[in-house]
Design a protein around this ligand. Structure first.
Ligand SMILES: Cc1cc2nc3c(=O)[nH]c(=O)nc-3n(C[C@H](O)[C@H](O)[C@H](O)COP(=O)(O)O)c2cc1C
Ligand SMILES: [Mn+2]
Length: 496
């Protein structure tokens, strides 16, 4: 860490060299990281493969073809964000560590690139197949059963849904899971407070159905942004256009007029009706529990399906306990977004923010600051807990000093254990925005629709008023650490 951003690579150049999933896949193949599997089934095999590969940081991208019972060429793709392709996906060189990648992402894209409005075009590969009326059959797509106790097939995991605010006329893209119910109905689970849910409430209040275009597979960046906390009123797809420096090309749905990427793989277009619910779930959620259970949920009545030839359904199932693909890309991108939110909220000298992969990059965040004044750590902790990018489902925030690498779980916990007095150092926020996937919401509270919880802000900084008397650490200086490696590192390798 040798500059004020904490990132020695903050000036690396970035460029995103693909515009859709096919171009991305060609690059991942060049990197030698794609495995093809033929003859798997959606009932169990694809879920088993997800279990096998999605937890590893260097697991391959897997493409399933010739899936039992599905039209030839209809494919499923797993694991975009791992291996060397991780950095390629965000447009950065291979050598950056996850922290360097996150901070370079913030420096390059979040500091001053503005959203770039999408362009409407007439044609695009997603229009190669347009299915309407009686021919609509969403069950033909190879939606897997992802976990053994899931209540059904989930077509929408690597998905986002595009909606328009009926009052303020802005577009939104949010990742909301989708279970397959029948030929022309899928679920669309929008948690309270998410922009899709706010749009939906506005339509329903007017007694109108909500038009939706649900994208199932396409440009990885659009999907990542669909699941990331962009501010209210901002269209995530235009944010992606801004990152690329070229506007996203979009076509209009024939039924709703809503735009979707011209290079998307599969799009379901239709309406969410005010008076229609179906029992959705249970689904093995990102908290590693079946917390939401099975309950009535809004659904999408499909009026048109658009898909490319040989369409690729992207699967990003949550793997529950322990880090998975979703946690890894969210850790990189969300940590960068929170750090940027904190700077904009006026918190000075934030060195690192890391949303730990454990807990879905949502529940446990480390922040390091260069303490400047009394109360700085408290300010940093509260903003890190409640800014736009962090408020949803965050539970524990640990703020510590800038000699701690908060991306390293061991270091972060070491600082927390040694620089806190539990009774003095922990503050609580009550009534904070939570996810229905949190298993710790008591049944009565959940039944009353009170999806909130408390948040612990843990001040693991050397106490400001006696920081100069705080015992020094025995952490080796960078020179000593280097010398130890050079002189005696061979002892670990077994080489003389
Ligand atoms: C793979 C994935 C699946 C998600 N599933 C859901 C979901 O089913 N329901 C939901 O409300 N949020 C879900 N989320 C979280 C939201 O997509 C995320 O908080 C996003 O910021 C919401 O966008 P919005 O702020 O535009 O509503 C999911 C996120 C990811 C990455
Ligand atoms: Mn949004």
């Amino acid at each position: 860490m040798n500059d004020s951003s904490g990132n020695p690579n903050s000036n690396v150049s970035a460029s995103i060299a693909y515009d859709d999933l096919r171009e991305w896949l060609a690059r991942a193949e060049l990197l030698g990281e794609v495995r093809n599997v033929r003859g798997a089934n959606w009932q169990e095999d694809i879920g088993l493969a997800a279990e096998a590969v999605l937890r590893a940081e260097d697991g391959p991208c897997v493409v399933f073809d010739d899936i039992e019972g599905c039209p030839k060429g209809f494919r499923v793709l797993l694991n975009m964000f791992a291996g060397v392709r991780r950095n390629m996906t965000l447009g950065f060189p291979d050598h950056l560590t996850k922290w360097e990648l996150s901070d370079a992402f913030r420096e390059t894209y979040l500091k001053d690139r503005k959203p770039l409005k999408h362009e409407i075009v007439e044609h695009g590969p997603v229009l190669e197949n347009i299915i309407t009326g009686d021919a609509i059959d969403v069950t033909k797509f190879p939606a897997p059963v992802w976990h053994e106790k899931d209540g059904g097939r989930y077509i929408g995991t690597g998905t986002y849904s595009i909606t328009r605010d009926p009052e303020e006329d802005w577009l939104n893209a949010g990742a909301y899971r989708a279970q397959v119910f029948d030929k022309n109905t899928v679920g669309i689970l929008m948690a309270p407070g998410h922009h899709g849910a706010i749009h939906c409430e506005k339509y329903f209040k007017r007694g109108q159905p909500m038009p939706v275009c649900m994208v199932l597979g396409g440009d990885p960046l659009c999907f990542f942004y669909g699941g990331l906390e962009a501010p209210y009123g901002v269209f995530e797809i235009d944010v992606v256009g801004g990152l690329r420096g070229r506007p996203m090309q979009m076509v209009r749905g024939k039924v709703t007029g809503l735009p979707f990427p011209a290079g998307a793989e599969i799009v379901l277009e239709g309406y969410v009706l005010p008076d229609k619910r179906m029992v959705e779930g249970p689904f093995g959620e990102w908290t590693g529990h079946y917390a939401g259970g099975a309950k009535p949920c809004t659904v999408l009545d499909i009026k048109a399906i658009y898909h490319r030839n040989a369409p690729i359904l992207v699967g990003v199932p949550p793997m529950g306990a322990g880090p998975d693909e979703m946690a890894r890309y969210r850790a990189v991108m969300r940590s960068a977004t929170i750090k940027q939110n904190m700077a904009l909220a006026g918190v000075p000298d934030v060195q690192q923010v890391w949303c730990h992969e454990i807990g879905g990059a949502r529940m446990f965040h480390g922040v390091s600051i260069k303490q400047r004044y009394p109360g700085h750590a408290t300010q940093a902790g509260h903003i890190a807990a409640q800014c736009g990018a962090s408020a949803y489902a965050s539970k524990y925030i640990v703020v510590t000093d800038d000699d701690v690498d908060v991306t390293n779980l061991d270091h972060l916990l070491w600082a927390m254990l040694t620089r806190t007095d539990p009774k003095e150092s922990i503050q609580f926020i009550e009534g904070s925005w939570d996810s229905p996937a949190d298993p710790r919401i008591p049944p009565e509270k959940r039944a009353a629709g009170d999806l909130t919880h408390s948040v612990a802000i843990i001040d693991a900084c050397r106490p400001w008023h006696w920081r100069d008397k705080f015992p020094p650490t025995n952490t080796p200086s960078p020179e000593v650490a280097r010398k130890a490696r050079e002189k005696f590192g061979w002892l670990l390798n077994g080489k003389a």
